[in-house]
Write a protein that binds this ligand. Structure first.
Ligand code: 5AD
Ligand code: SF4
Length: 454
C-alpha cells in the first residue's frame, strides 16, 4: 500500500475536494496517513482567499522539502503535489520557486490526478490549471463502495462550484471559475451513497450555494429549496445544512423550506461583509444593508429560532470610521450566533487591490478588534440562551474525556455529554446545563434516544 497525506487549508470546498482526491487516488493503491513523513505522496490543498496564502504555502513546502530529503536518504521517494486555489493562481510559478514540487493541479483538474502523477514519474514538474469545458464532476468517481472513505457522521456534498458575482475583493471567480451546478440526480445519488455509509448529516456546499440551478430529472431547473426538499426524503439523513449563501439569492422558496423541512437545520451562514451602503457598493455586493435586514426578517418569520452567522471584512478601501460604525450598527441590530471577520487583504488581480484609499494596517487591526469583541459577546449570549433548553444533539465523535461524546446542536454549537449507552451517530435530546467558552455541556434528557438504526 502506498501512503497519501493531504493537508487542506481554507473552506469546506477544500475539505470536500481532499476527500475526492483521496477517492481518485484510492484505485491506484493509496491509503491516507496522518503523518507526512510516512507519505509517498504529499498534497497541499491550498487556499488563496486571504492574507499571505501563497507565502504560507512556500514555507510549508520548505518543511515538506526537508521530509522529502530525509526520506530520500532512506531510499524512499516522495511526490509533492500543490492543489487548490494557490495552485490555480500561481501555476508554473510554484515550480520555479519551489523545485521540490512535482505536480501543480488546479481545482478543475482533480479527476486527472492519477494521470498527472504518472506523468510526474517521467517528467520534471507537471502543471494542470486548465479550465476544462467538460464537467469535472462527471469525471470524479466516488471510490468503489467498499473503499468509500469513512466520512463520519456529518459530511459535505458539493452541489455547485464557482461564482459569477465578482465582489471586488474576492479571488474566487478567478480561481474557481464560473458558476456550475451539478444535476439533481447526481446529487441525490451521492447523498444516498453517503447515507448508506452511515452519514446522518449532509451539508451541501458551494461557493454560492443558494445560486444553485441544477438540472432536475423532470428537465426543469431546480432551485436550492427544491433540491433540499428532495434530499430531505433520502432515508437515514436526519439533518441538512447548506453553505455559503449570498443575500441576493435568498429566494422565497429557500426561505419557505426553513419553515417546512424539519431536517433543514435552523442555521444560516449569510455573509454581509459590511454595513455601509457606500462600501457594499464599492464591494460590488449588489445589495444594501437594509436589503440584508429585510432578508433576515423574512428568514426569521419562517424560522424564528434560526441562528445567523456571517462574514465581515473591515478596512475595505475607502472605509471611514462612519462606514465602520454602520457595520457595528448592523451587527447590533441583527444579532449573530457566530461569525467570521477579517481585515481586508488586497488580492492581486482583483479590482479592490487597485482602489485608492487603502486603509492603514493599524486602523484595520483596531476596527477588527472592536468588531470581534461585539461578535464574541453575541456568540456567548446566544450560547447562554440555550442553557436550560433541551435540544437534539447529533453525536459525532468521542468527547474530551473518557466516557464523553461530542456532537452538535441544530444551531451548530459544539456540545459535550456523558456518553452512557449512547453511540456516535445517535441523535439524542440533550438538556443543556452550561455554556463554556467554546462548547456547551449537557446531559441526555429522559426518554428513548433515537438511535442510528432508527
Ligand atoms: N480580504 C479579506 N477577506 C476576504 N474574504 C474574501 N476575500 C477577502 C479579502 N480579499 C472573506 C470574505 C468571504 C470569506 C470567505 O473570506 O468575508 O466571505
Ligand atoms: Fe467571492 Fe463574492 Fe463570489 Fe462570495 S459572492 S465567492 S465573496 S465573489
Amino acid at each position: 500500500m502506498k501512503k497519501l497525506f493531504i493537508k487542506s487549508y481554507g473552506c469546506q470546498m477544500n475539505v470536500y475536494d481532499a476527500g475526492r482526491m483521496a477517492d481518485a487516488l484510492a484505485p491506484e493503491g493509496f491509503i491516507e496517513t496522518a503523518d507526512p513523513a510516512d507519505a509517498d505522496v504529499v498534497i497541499l490543498n491550498t487556499c488563496h482567499i486571504r492574507e499571505k496564502a501563497a507565502e504560507k504555502v512556500y514555507s510549508e513546502l520548505g518543511r515538506v522539502r526537508r521530509i522529502k530529503q530525509e526520506r530520500a536518504g532512506a531510499g524512499r521517494d516522495t511526490k509533492v503535489v500543490v492543489a487548490g486555489c494557490v495552485a490555480q493562481a500561481e501555476g508554473a510559478e510554484i515550480l520555479r520557486r519551489a523545485p521540490v514540487v512535482d505536480v501543480v493541479v488546479g481545482p478543475q483538474s482533480y479527476h486527472r490526478l492519477p494521470a498527472l502523477m504518472k506523468r510526474a514519474e517521467r517528467e520534471r514538474g507537471v502543471v494542470d490549471t486548465e479550465f476544462p469545458v467538460e464537467d469535472k464532476f462527471d469525471h470524479l468517481p466516488l471510490a468503489p463502495r467498499p473503499k468509500l472513505r469513512a466520512r463520519g457522521v456529518s459530511a459535505f456534498l458539493t452541489i455547485q462550484e464557482g461564482c459569477d458575482k465578482f465582489c471586488t475583493f474576492c479571488v474566487v471567480p478567478y480561481t474557481r471559475g464560473a458558476e456550475v451546478s451539478r444535476p439533481v440526480a447526481k446529487v441525490v445519488a451521492e447523498a444516498e451513497r453517503l447515507a448508506e455509509a452511515g452519514v446522518r448529516e449532509i451539508t451541501v456546499i458551494g461557493q454560492n450555494v443558494n445560486a444553485y440551478h441544477g438540472e432536475g430529472p423532470d428537465g426543469a431547473t431546480w432551485s436550492l429549496g427544491r433540491l433540499l426538499r428532495r434530499l430531505a426524503e433520502v432515508p437515514c439523513v436526519a439533518r441538512l445544512r447548506y453553505t455559503t449563501s449570498h443575500p441576493r439569492d435568498m429566494d422565497d422558496d429557500l426561505i419557505a423550506a426553513h419553515a417546512e423541512l424539519p431536517a433543514l437545520m435552523p442555521y444560516l451562514h449569510l455573509p454581509v461583509q459590511a454595513g455601509s451602503d457606500r462600501i457594499l457598493e464599492a464591494m460590488n455586493r449588489r445589495h444594501t444593508a437594509d436589503d440584508y435586514r429585510r432578508i433576515v426578517e423574512r428568514v426569521r418569520s419562517a424560522r424564528p429560532d434560526i441562528a445567523l452567522s456571517s462574514d465581515f471584512i473591515v478596512g475595505f478601501p475607502g472605509e471611514t470610521e462612519e462606514d465602520f460604525a454602520e457595520t457595528l450598527r448592523l451587527v447590533e441590530e441583527v444579532g449573530f450566533a457566530s461569525a467570521f471577520s477579517f481585515k481586508y487583504s488586497p488580492r492581486p488581480g482583483t479590482p479592490g487591490a487597485e482602489l485608492d484609499g487603502q486603509v492603514p494596517e493599524e486602523v484595520k487591526a483596531e476596527r477588527l478588534q472592536r468588531l470581534q469583541a461585539l461578535l464574541e459577546e453575541q456568540r456567548q449570549a446566544f450560547n447562554r440562551g440555550t442553557v436550560g433548553r433541551t435540544v437534539d444533539v447529533l453525536l459525532e465523535k468521542p468527547g474530551r474525556h473518557p466516557g464523553q461524546l461530542a456532537g452538535k446542536t441544530p444551531y451548530l454549537q459544539a456540545v459535550q455529554i456523558e456518553g452512557g449507552g449512547r453511540a456516535i451517530g445517535d441523535l439524542v435530546p440533550v438538556r443543556i446545563l452550561r455554556a463554556g467558552s467554546n462548547s456547551l455541556f449537557g446531559e441526555p434528557a429522559g426518554g428513548p434516544a433515537l438511535t442510528a438504526a432508527a
